[in-house]
Write a protein that binds this ligand. Structure first.
Ligand code: ATP
Ligand code: MG
Length: 452
């Protein structure tokens, strides 16, 4: 029985998909942002060529089989290729044989490079083509030599990357009549659920340009250019009471005052989904005195082990009087950024969606960031034309959440000046201990050490 998910594709609301389907260029690319309908139209085109030329051979490929199975292959079996068209689908070879004699092969390039060497196919659909090197791409082109069909085509779908990417050069800069690129963006696809579109609309700056509008823009100059915005923001969850918690402060009045609360998954409780550090709450408010802010901070009564703070003596003293003791943060800019950057590389930093407790209307009206998450896309190194040390210092603007985050991680984990602490020895004697800064806050608390 043909189920409703296998209705013939209606491209009337998506004319770019239609153009992609009808193009006979030898090399074709659908360039689009998140949810722009790329995988769907690539699979549909593959099915069309398989049905039009009985006995055809097609290849659907991504960089890894794991990602192919979860995305493109799922689209194929769920929406595109109706069961009545399939004669067999081997879960071992990943070959889908159609009743008209055509075959479609699903491969992850990294997992089965040897299978590709001897292939001869009539069409290839590369999904997420930016993951492929130029060598991979050219090698695949060489597999397109199945001569039992009169027409062969290589088509790909991809999120945009930077303007330096080889696919950008190939499709945009080199003039070649055998190639065509079709551009679409997330907003072109009326079939995306509203909440999905709403979430995408929260992305700002260059992330928005690339992932929502589908532009080929680079992250050159961005300090945290490796951050994947969709991985950074996570759905909130209840934090178990035994997890450690810390806080971090960047003072400000004209600029926002930022107070972040952080926690960490204990090492022995880490899972693939849950790992590293989570900023679970923040205050991000301009034009608030410490007197007004202190009760807000106190109201949460979080058992934070330490609050790392910016160095303003008066503000720190006021907080202390209100029962919020702080420790001086290690504010070194370069090494601090390095510490944070490395953690991003290890996928250790996350922020709860909606962590900010209150949106500052003034900042919002001025179109400035209203929370830490919104600062990433514009936090960049200063321009080399105006500053001789350009690469070493980020532009000092809308960076207050960035600073608080850096204070936290670098004070907790950085290799700063050694600290002198008084510790209780096993025989309960007070001893002076000198330790590097890495983890010292944690140790201090756990072993009942006191700072000297
Ligand atoms: N013409 C269409 N008619 C009906 N549904 C469509 C159409 N095109 C796309 N869709 C649906 O829209 C959703 C997003 O499409 P698709 O997965 O192809 O987007 P994508 O650009 O590959 O997304 P991603 O960036 O996540 O890889 C899917 O559920 C898909 O089935
Ligand atoms: Mg896709």
């Amino acid at each position: 029985m043909v189920t409703s998910t296998f209705k013939q594709l209606d491209t009337s609301k998506m004319p770019k998909q239609r153009r992609f389907m009808e193009s006979t260029k030898k090399e074709l690319m659908y360039s689009g942002s998140f949810g722009a309908g790329k995988s769907r139209i690539g699979c549909e085109k593959g099915l069309f060529l398989s049905l039009k030329y009985p006995g055809n051979k097609g290849l659907i490929i991504r960089k890894t089989f794991a990602s192919l199975r979860l995305t493109t292959m799922d689209t194929w079996t769920r929406y595109v290729c109706a069961p009545y068209l399939i004669q067999s689908f081997s879960m071992e070879t990943h070959i889908c044989k159609l009743t008209n004699g055509s075959e479609v092969l699903f491969i992850g390039l990294n997992d089965s490079p040897e299978r590709i060497g001897s292939l001869e196919v009539g069409w290839i659909f590369i999904d997420e083509a930016i993951e492929f090197t130029e060598d991979d791409y050219v090698m695949l082109q060489g597999r397109l030599r199945y001569n039992l069909v009169p027409f062969r085509q290589l088509f790909s779908a991809t999120n945009p990357a930077s303007g330096q990417h080889h696919l950008y050069r190939r499709f945009y800069l080199e003039k070649d009549d055998d190639r065509e690129v079709i551009e679409a963006n997330s907003l072109d696809n009326p079939y995306n659920p509203q909440d999905y579109t709403d979430n995408l609309m929260k992305l700002k700056g260059r992330y928005r340009d690339r992932y929502v509008l589908g532009k080929w823009v680079g992250y050159e100059g961005l300090v945290y250019d490796i951050v994947d915005p969709l991985e950074l923001i996570v759905a909130p969850f209840e934090i178990p009471s035994h997890w450690q918690r810390w806080a971090s402060i960047d003072f400000g009045y004209t600029n926002p005052f930022v107070h972040q609360w952080w926690t960490k998954v204990p090492d022995n409780e880490e899972t693939e989904e849950l790992h590293g550090y989570y900023m679970y709450r923040e205050i991000y408010l301009a034009h608030h005195t410490i007197d007004r802010l202190a009760p807000k901070i106190k109201s949460f009564q979080d058992p934070v082990e330490l609050t790392y703070s910016d160095h303003d003596a008066e503000d720190r003293a006021t907080l202390e009087e209100r029962g919020i003791p702080t420790d001086l943060a290690d504010k070194a800019i370069g090494p601090g950024i390095q510490t944070v950057y490395e953690l991003f590389g290890e996928h250790q930093i996350h922020i709860f969606d909606g962590a900010n407790i209150e949106t500052d209307e003034y900042l919002s009206e001025k179109n400035r960031p209203t929370c830490t998450a919104e600062e990433f896309a514009n936090y960049r190194w200063s321009d080399s034309k105006t500053n001789a040390n350009a690469k070493e210092i980020p532009v000092d603007k809308d960076n207050h959440g960035m600073d608080a985050m850096r204070y936290f991680f670098h004070s907790l984990l950085g290799q700063g000046e050694p600290q002198h602490v008084m510790a209780k020895s096993r025989s309960n004697q007070d001893v002076l201990v000198v330790i590097g800064q890495r983890n010292w806050g944690k140790e201090l608390n756990r072993r009942n050490w006191r700072k000297f």
